[in-house]
Ligand binder design. Structure first.
Ligand code: AQP
Length: 332
């Protein structure tokens, strides 16, 4: 079976619709016919300012949300990045074959460092994509389900795999991004030209899965549309309506054309009201399931311990091979 790897940062109390529709939903589907490895990337989360107590809580909340979304810890290897030390060990190695200029071209770093000023950006934030490359390559992953914003980091990962193989002999598989076009960039509800984002969206622009469902319904009803009244999928000219249609089809499985027909001549009000109900029907049970998992942190930690052990069975031999290729003296 092909192998799949992906990760999510524990940098918020809740996943948002972009994380869920752009990535996590694919994780759940792919575990059916892939050898799946999914992790909560806490090492990545410390590249920006954070509070240790909050991080620990958010890490467990992330795991609970992944379970609530349908990740089955028997079928998928579900773990926390910091419990598998080979990620950080390989990141060092990859950092030594990455050009400084090459790393400087990563747009996520440019965007995030621009916000806080250059002096506040950490070296960890700069080398973030190299750690991400290590996350992927250490598992010899074939596919990496992510949103569109991660495409550039996946390109770097492929370049690093090829460079290492060229210089030290075939070691890594070159992974393919797995990006579902329709949901690859869920937009901010208030600024539909921008992506829905934890750090950049206003509270009204982002739907959090664990928010009070009534609040989420209200956000859908007040989402920015345009001055027309036709419910049509036209991302160029009707970015707001198209984003809402994307969310609607993704949550219900109904076709775009079917929805366009259903709302023809009825205006945006009815459409948004119905979508608000669809959203409430989705987030209500999701929230209940997540809270139930959070009620038993010992069980969550046990799932993570088992996941880390399974992960290390894969990562340790790969790192050993890498160290051998690099010319390190083996520890006996
Ligand atoms: N708006 C989005 N549409 C589709 N996919 C998205 N992803 C994030 N936003 C969207 C995908 O979610 C996965 C997990 O992302 P992450 O852990 O890297 O989260 P993030 O990038 O920190 O999430 P944000 O909201 O985008 O945070 P900021 O604002 O801090 O950058 C990834 O696969 C990502 O593509």
């Amino acid at each position: 079976r092909p192998r799949v790897l992906s990760g999510i940062q524990p940098t918020a109390d809740s996943f948002h619709f972009g994380n869920y529709l752009g990535a996590v939903r694919q994780w759940v589907a792919l575990q059916e016919d892939h050898d799946a490895f999914y992790c909560v990337v806490d090492l990545h989360a410390i590249t920006v300012e954070y509070d240790p107590k909050v991080l620990r809580a958010r890490t467990r909340r992330s795991v609970a949300q992944l379970l609530a979304a349908g990740i089955d810890p028997e079928r998928s290897t579900l773990f926390v990045q910091s419990q598998v030390p080979e990620h950080a060990q390989l990141a060092w190695v990859l950092g030594c074959i990455t050009g400084f200029g090459e790393a400087s071209r990563m747009t996520q770093f440019k965007d995030k460092s621009a916000k806080g000023g250059a002096d506040r950006a950490t070296v960890g934030l700069f080398t973030y994509p190299i750690l991400q490359a290590a996350d992927i390559l250490i598992y010899q992953a074939d596919r990496v389900p992510v949103g569109e914003d991660q495409r550039q980091h996946l390109e770097l990962t492929r370049d690093l795999a090829q460079r290492f193989n060229h210089r030290f002999g075939k070691t890594f598989r070159s992974p393919e991004p797995y990006i579902v076009k329709e949901t690859a960039k869920i937009a901010d509800l208030q600024d539909p030209t921008a992506k829905m984002s934890k750090s950049a969206s206003s509270p009204a622009g982002i739907i959090e899965l664990l928010d009070d469902p009534k609040v989420s319904a209200k956000k859908i009803r007040s989402a920015v549309t345009d001055s027309g009244r036709d419910v049509l999928f036209d991302p160029e000219n009707k970015a707001g309506v198209s984003n809402l249609l994307t969310i609607y089809t993704a949550l219900t499985g109904r076709k775009l054309s079917e929805l366009e027909d259903e709302y023809a001549g009825r205006g945006y009000g009815d459409f948004k009201k119905d979508l608000a109900e669809v959203v409430v029907d989705f987030v209500t049970p999701f929230r209940e399931k997540t809270l139930a998992f959070l009620d038993d942190p010992a069980q969550l930690d046990a799932i993570l311990a088992a996941g880390a052990e399974r992960a290390r069975a894969v990562t340790a031999p790969t790192l050993e091979r890498v160290y051998d290729r690099l010319g390190f003296v083996p520890a006996s």
